[in-house]
Design a binder for this molecule. Structure first.
Ligand SMILES: C[S@@+](CC[C@H](N)C(=O)[O-])C[C@H]1O[C@@H](n2cnc3c(N)ncnc32)[C@H](O)[C@@H]1O
Length: 251
């Protein structure tokens, strides 16, 4: 079985786990995960109950050891690090970075779904989430990650975290082109010392080839994150060309 086929076969398992609470959405989602309307509906269904962060897979506790060391290598005394949680949904990841990072960060949680953005804004306001550094900032923004240049200047972002967003695009038929655009946009807005971390269930045999083809001059490294319901997850680190920051393989 090819790695790509394997990755498609694992998808329904993930979706059935994620969508147990959202059974009416499952078939629509699998085919339309690149569409804003699909996600609006998904998060609107979620919001009918008392708010609870929804994690597509693994929460911050599992991925923090991949994120925090990278931020620490970038920290400088006089600059606030720019962090983007790209396709944040209603995940607690972005707010957790804001709460736990001891160095000043500006965390932007961006999603194409205004429903998810509003839910997170309301939740964070109600919970009065406190920063790990008094200079840190947390924002929720409706954005399309195929057009990051509309929100961020060139070489202005230190770290982009993508937990399941590129996966969602790659797994929908029409989203594949968008996934390539997103990668290019990330490389455009990342600082030379910056990194993109993609958390994904896609096998390295498939994802590394895709990343290396789409981002030719960038450096790509991979590390296993762990297993969830029998599916193995990975962290792919993409760094713009010619930069000396620590990579996952160096750590
Ligand atoms: C698989 S979910 C992951 C959500 C969250 N990162 C998590 O781990 O739970 C993918 C997310 O990407 C968002 N998304 C899809 N296409 C997008 C786009 N073009 N721009 C920004 N966000 C997008 C969806 O609204 C959804 O919240």
């Amino acid at each position: 079985m090819t790695p790509l086929a394997k990755s498609f076969l694992t998808s329904p398992r993930i979706f059935s786990a994620c969508l147990r609470l959202h059974s009416s959405l499952s078939s629509e989602m699998i085919e339309n995960m690149d569409k804003k309307a699909t996600w609006d509906r998904f998060y609107a269904e979620n919001s009918r109950k008392t708010f609870k962060n929804f994690e597509w897979f693994f929460g911050f506790e599992t991925v923090q050891n991949f994120i925090m060391p990278v931020l620490q290598t970038m920290a400088s005394p006089d600059a606030r690090l720019q962090v983007l949680d790209m396709g944040c949904g209603t995940s607690a990841l972005g707010p957790s970075v804001y709460q736990r990072c001891p160095v000043p960060v500006r965390v932007t949680c961006g999603d194409i779904s205004p429903v998810a953005v509003r839910l997170m804004q309301e939740h964070v306001r109600a919970k009065a989430v406190q920063p790990g550094n008094c200079s840190s900032q947390l924002d929720f923004v409706e954005l399309d990650c195929t057009q990051l240049h509309k929100h961020f200047g060139p070489t202005s972002v230190d770290l982009i975290v993508d937990k399941g967003t590129t996966d969602a695009l790659l797994k929908s038929e029409e989203g594949k082109r968008s996934a390539g655009l997103v990668l290019k946009q990330c490389l455009k807005v990342l600082r030379h010392s910056g990194s993109l971390l993609q958390f994904s269930d896609e096998d390295p045999d498939a994802r590394l080839v895709w990343l290396e083809t789409k981002a030719r001059s960038a450096r790509v490294a991979v590390q296993e994150v762990g297993e969830c319901r029998g599916v193995c997850y990975y962290c792919y680190q993409v760094t713009p060309p010619s930069h000396n920051c620590a990579t996952l393989t160096d750590m």
